[in-house]
Design a protein around this ligand. Structure first.
Ligand SMILES: CC(C)(COP(=O)(O)OP(=O)(O)OC[C@H]1O[C@@H](n2cnc3c(N)ncnc32)[C@H](O)[C@@H]1OP(=O)(O)O)[C@@H](O)C(=O)NCCC(=O)NCCS
Length: 133
């Protein structure tokens, strides 16, 4: 299978396709396609395509100059095993130019994979503030 990587600018990513990838992982049940559409317009995003099917996704939150955070890196289970996530991140990094530092939060199990994509890991603690609902 040939998987093509393209940014949201190059090949628009439909929000319902992202919703499907989230559903496959059980991620963010509360995110509506309307919210996802708004997020897709707010910052760089990249898709992995098997023909017309979206099989992978990654996006970033950024100030456009100095810092960015990669989010939502995911590849459909049927299309894993060929480092598609590394290609998604490479493409996301190009989209993010001239940002000099991209950070991400991840589970220990995927550290080796992100090292392959060029990430160095530090001893920093990660803090999260959550808006009370
Ligand atoms: C993480 C993910 C994007 C990688 O997909 P991919 O680019 O196709 O990666 P590959 O399958 O080619 O390779 C993944 C490597 O990391 C390992 N890996 C990935 N996820 C893992 C996990 N959850 N637990 C253990 N190992 C994992 C694999 O064993 C493999 O290593 P190996 O080839 O040396 O055995 C994909 O597994 C995925 O979508 N997972 C669910 C969502 C997720 O956890 N995203 C990361 C959020 S931080």
């Amino acid at each position: 299978v040939t998987i093509q990587i393209a940014s949201h600018r190059e090949a628009p990513i439909p929000a319902p396709a992202v919703r499907e990838l989230y559903d496959e992982e059980g991620w963010w049940p509360e995110r509506s396609t309307t919210d996802i559409e708004a997020v897709l317009e707010s910052g760089p995003a990249v898709g992995a395509w098997d023909g017309q099917q979206l099989v992978g996704f990654a996006r970033a939150v950024t100030d456009g100059r100095f810092r960015a955070y990669a989010e939502d890196v995911t590849v459909r289970a049927s299309h894993r095993g060929s480092r598609c996530s590394v290609r998604l991140l490479d493409h996301l990094h190009s989209e993010l130019s001239p940002v000099e530092l991209v950070s991400l939060f991840c589970h220990k199990d995927v550290v080796a994979l992100y090292r392959e994509a060029g990430y160095a890991f530090t001893e920093q603690e990660v803090g999260h503030w959550r808006r009370p609902s």
